[in-house]
Design a protein around this ligand. Structure first.
Ligand SMILES: [Zn+2]
Length: 110
């Protein structure tokens, strides 16, 4: 019966691992909260964050700022992220259907 014992131990480990992951996630959240209240960011330590010229709420890593500016300016002109990512233009209906990624209510809300 050593086999069932092994699987039990394995499950126990996975359970512990899950709890540990949850715990670290909680810690990260708390840490982020503290850093946020101080006006700091964890990313700041890793790389310089630049403010998007099109939207003052956007903070993007300096190395991807050019890329972001390109997509952000397109979005400001009314293009969706999907339209910009797919080189061939899809029908407006299809774009509307897939517009539920990271910008909620951008089109559907109005
Ligand atoms: Zn932006």
């Amino acid at each position: 019966m050593s086999e069932s014992l092994e699987t039990t131990a394995m499950e126990e480990r996975q359970e512990q691992l899950r709890e540990l992951t949850e715990f670290t996630e909680n810690c990260k959240e708390k840490l982020n909260h503290i850093l946020e209240s101080l006006g700091w960011s964890l990313d700041y330590k890793q790389e310089l964050m630049e403010q998007c010229p099109y939207d003052s709420h956007h903070r993007v890593p300096a190395r991807s700022l050019e890329k972001h500016k390109a997509s952000c300016s397109l979005r400001k002109m009314g293009y969706s992220a999907e339209e910009e990512n797919t080189s061939k233009k899809t029908s407006p209906q299809k774009v509307l259907l897939s517009e539920n990624t990271d910008t909620p209510n951008d089109i559907a809300g109005t």
